[in-house]
Design a protein around this ligand. Sequence first.
Ligand SMILES: O=P(O)(O)OC[C@@]1(O)O[C@H](CO)[C@@H](O)[C@@H]1O
Length: 407
Amino acid sequence: MKFLSNEPRLPVPSPLMMWEEGSFANVTLIDRWPTIIRRVIEENDFSPLIIENLDNIVREFPNGIVRSLKGDHGADLEAWAGYIEPWLGQRWIDVPWLFAEVYLYRRILEATGYFTPGNFQGIDPFASQKSSSLVKVIPSIQAMSTQVNRFVNSQENRVSAIALLYFALWGNRIDLSMWPEDAEEGDRSRIESDSQQANILVDDTAKIADKIAGFRGVRIDFIIDNAGFELFCDLCLADFLIDSGVAERVYFHLKPHPFFVSDAMIKDVDLTLSVLMNNSNSDVSSLGNRLTEHINQNRLICRDDFFWTSPLPFWEMPEDLRGELGQSELIFVKGDANYRRLLGDCQWSFTTPFEDIVCYFPAPMVSLRTLKAEIIAGLQENQVEDLNRRDPQWLINGEWGVIQFSD
Ligand SMILES: O=P(O)(O)OC[C@@]1(O)O[C@H](CO)[C@@H](O)[C@@H]1O
């Protein structure tokens, strides 16, 4: 697979590592991943052998070594042999965080036999969390469906677009790898209107609305993140873009297999639409029917690709995918893990201009991200000091967001 040489226009700094005690990456390795694996065991009816496989991954943290994947029949095995090669035999704690995290989620699928012919082939180890998280936010879905239907019937396209961008951003707060659906945080889909804008550190919605105002019948793409409420919010924005005539076609780029607990696959879009269509609230069911018609009429197109579950920085996107995305007039990049890949999960100065890093992207793009990792770009100097004082956890607690546009 030929990779393009297009890279950020600045020297790329070193990647986030996991060895710094107390860093979020270290907490993820030591605490969060074992908890995620234990939930996989609790929530599925796996065989003793699979449970042993999963327990063995936990035992490898933090000083066990990175090994090759077994021949589990995955279509991505050859690509993974290349990803693993530079880190083979190194300790988990000594490899870059992004590689380790993506490798971990692929190891979980190896352990459960997701790709392997047999009783557990194709079983999504996170399915129960994803479906229960959708049911839990039905009240927010009902409220938002009413609003979306009003937007679609109004002529207020600018106001509607901006409101739906905020919903698409804050839908990212619901992330089951960070806050399992029974977490004490309660219903994270409830978005207090005053904090909607106050907690946005870079807000390019006006520029984005100006860009969209000039569109009629274009192609717009979404690199999707989480299933559940976030996917619902993305579907609402896509519905608006199609119904308002802004977009003739919207492409959703989804994950080809379970990933980062709540990441969405094509099957999760189908599940979400069936939940909407079968809801007793007519605003919800009419939105679900409209979206299903968009799919049937090829106006909303769902694709998946193994690049979206690879540990590569986005500037190493394969040439064919880059060519495909290059046909888009605007690409929404959703969520924190995708943001990390936009930046190569590298330790850029927080005030590095965002466009100087993502200038390689094949089309104008918008990142909609709630902060859940210790990297960011595009901030002002005074913002960082102010945030450190006001909320020491601002980089990782999901309470702050960015809507960053690169034209
Ligand atoms: O991409 P998402 O769903 O917004 O977040 C992914 C995430 O949950 O996983 C990583 C930490 O484990 C972080 O990037 C972030 O916390």
